[in-house]
Design a protein around this ligand. Sequence first.
Ligand code: AMP
Ligand code: ZN
Ligand code: FE
Ligand code: FE
Length: 292
Amino acid sequence: MVRIDLHTHSLASDGTQTPTELVVAARAAGLDVLAITDHDTAEGWPEAVTAAEECGLELVRGMEISTRHRGDGVHLLAYLPDPEHPGLAEELRRILDGRSSRVPAILERLRGLGSAIGIDDVRRANPDTPATGRPHVADALVALGEVADRDEAFELYLGEGRPAYVDRYAAPTIEMIGLVEQAGGVSVVAHPWGRHGPANLAAAELAALADAGLSGIEVDHEDHGPDVRDQLRGIARDLGLVATGSSDHHGTGKAGHGLGCNTTAPEEYERLLELAAAASKRSGRTTPDVIR
Ligand code: AMP
Ligand code: ZN
Ligand code: FE
Ligand code: FE
């Protein structure tokens, strides 16, 4: 049985493994296909490709893009887009700028709450990522001994509605689905009913995203219980969308998301690749190795 995990993070965003370590760990976990999907960046791709070639793992180049639909955050997994497509690149730049510019605001709030945190503490937590996020601020608080772990940092300070929460720019979801397609890739909505439940992205909204060109729904995810998975699988079937499953692995940064804890069925993966191949062809890309 081919084992496929289509959603993982490295140190290029808020995972805790280098892309090489991630690929090696995926192999060791018995995976045959791995997608690297760092937040808002393709920075980890080249290293991951080299590592995957060396250990015989099939690698899907992806990213998890920060978007917003009707006021709610939507994480959009984009597989196999050309990250240098001008429209996509410009929007990713805007998102990354939004990430960077909110960090000082978060730190100011934390200092107002008595923390000793400074920008260098955050940089030290991950000097290499272009996609600084709240998990890096959390890691800095852990290093300072002010919280026990990332979870506590989110609970006390960084989570939505907590005192050091600061919003940032996210791209309109429907617009981003179009950009990903123009860039020769396909979009899958990540953990649609993960943190907030069906209220956020109800069936009708998933249908609207499907009309806009969405290719799939991440059904099997740790944040989804059995009932939610059944419902989402039904919606995917009704809308003709691919149903994926994945770990959303963040190394040691997120407990209970071990590599391969959820997987994607081979026939669903093949459908996704067919859609990506079609999008790539339509986009007029000449890059020879778009797929895999
Ligand atoms: P940001 O990218 O700055 O908006 O931070 C959001 C990221 O933080 C998400 O993608 C999750 O990976 C991570 N995250 C959210 N809540 C928690 C939590 N309670 N513990 C650890 N990581 C979390
Ligand atoms: Zn993350
Ligand atoms: Fe996510
Ligand atoms: Fe993720």
